[in-house]
Design a protein around this ligand. Structure first.
Ligand SMILES: [Zn+2]
Ligand SMILES: [Zn+2]
Length: 366
């Protein structure tokens, strides 16, 4: 039961505006909160009183009635139904943990109606391994995926006979129930109807109220040419089923490339090591080079060493976005000639005499 003048309780002049009421309540609630004044009976009484006053003066309709008649007809219950609607808590300024706890409870209560609204299903990521050849050419894959789909019997709602007209039996249609928090309590959205106030109906016996069931589907997916490890192909609506009739999530096929025996992928480019003979290295020549799209020939200039890299433009991986393809980077590696005949050995000794050189610069001056 509210005692005395409600404006006085909030330390206001009679007929103060709604904004002034809110401001005053906010200031006093911070000062008098029981968590900030442990064991202080007077503060606790004052805190109850300002809550009771605010339950009336903080509500435009009730305030109007109180201003006109000095009463609202029905007195507010001593510790329930405190209406926080429109109350602007400033978390950054809230002193101490107690008030933030209260703020948390208030925020949770305020947020729970969102939980009851239709929500899109979760996205799923499905990894697959593919060869470099498949990544180069693209691939059509058939994949079995386990996911949830909306229950047919309740169309994903989780409830049968959901009536939008009859009131919720738990809250009587108000959409709010009282919960207590420490010294006082306030209203939170009804868990049965999610605050809508409407009858949620019976839980669906087919899905047990979840609104979905597990299933395995075979999906066909086009893996485009040019994918790399971590590339994702989206299949709209093939993820988990929506919640309470919401749309399903998406399925992402994520490609992972297997290592290749000949080529190494570096972004859009392919790298390959090509052995060349000693005469090819010295005299130059044309050598066959493997690619993922048939063969290619590479011109080696005279005097090529091991570890030199030649670029075959456009012979790397195709571009996922239709741009220029990558390059093939060819690294030469000289294979020592297997000279077994005396004539060959003699020719090489002759060669060494005619072309004295020291490729190891660090021996100079010894
Ligand atoms: Zn169902
Ligand atoms: Zn309800």
């Amino acid at each position: 039961m509210a005692r005395g003048d409600l404006y006085e309780t909030l330390e206001l002049k009679k007929g103060a505006s709604l904004a002034e009421v809110k401001k005053a309540y906010k200031r006093l609630a911070r000062k008098l909160h029981p968590d900030l004044n442990p064991g202080d009976k007077a503060s606790e009484e004052r805190f109850k009183a300002i809550n009771e006053a605010y339950a009336i003066l903080g509500n435009a309709e009730k305030k109007k009635q109180y201003d006109a008649y000095g009463t609202t007809g029905a007195e507010p219950p001593s510790s329930s139904g405190v209406n926080f609607t429109g109350f602007d808590f400033d978390a950054a300024q809230a002193p101490g943990g107690g008030f933030e706890d209260l703020l948390g409870a208030f925020m949770n209560a305020a947020q729970s109606p969102a939980e009851k609204r239709p929500r899109q299903g979760q996205d799923l990521i499905y990894p697959i391994t593919i060869s470099l050849e498949e990544a180069f050419a693209g691939k059509r894959a058939r994949i079995a995926i386990a996911h949830t789909v909306a229950c047919e019997q309740c169309r994903g709602e989780g409830h049968l006979d959901a009536s939008r007209k009859t009131p919720c039996p738990q809250c009587g249609g108000s959409g709010r129930v009282g919960i207590s928090h420490g010294a006082f309590s306030f209203a939170r959205p009804c868990p049965a109807c999610g605050g809508s106030g409407r009858d949620p109906g019976r839980p669906c016996p087919s899905c047990g109220g979840t609104g979905s069931r597990e299933t395995t589907d075979t999906v066909e997916v086009n893996i485009p040419a040019g994918v790399d490890t971590g590339s994702r192909v989206r299949l709209k609506g093939k993820g988990q089923s929506g919640v309470r009739g919401g749309p399903p999530g998406d399925l992402y096929i994520e490609t992972h490339l297997l290592p290749h025996g000949v080529f190494r992928r570096e972004g859009p480019n392919l790298k390959v090591r090509v052995p060349i003979t000693f005469p090819e290295a010295v005299l130059g020549g044309r050598v066959d080079v493997p690619t993922l799209s048939g063969g290619a020939r590479l011109k080696i200039p005279p005097g090529t060493s091991s570890g030199q890299v030649f670029r075959l433009k456009g012979r790397g991986m195709p571009s996922l976005r239709g741009g220029q393809p990558g390059d093939l980077l060819v690294e030469t590696t000289i294979t020592a000639p297997a000279v077994v005949d005396e004539k060959g050995k003699e020719l090489l000794r002759e060669f060494a005499r005619l072309n004295p050189e020291d490729p190891r610069g660090y021996n100079a001056g010894d």
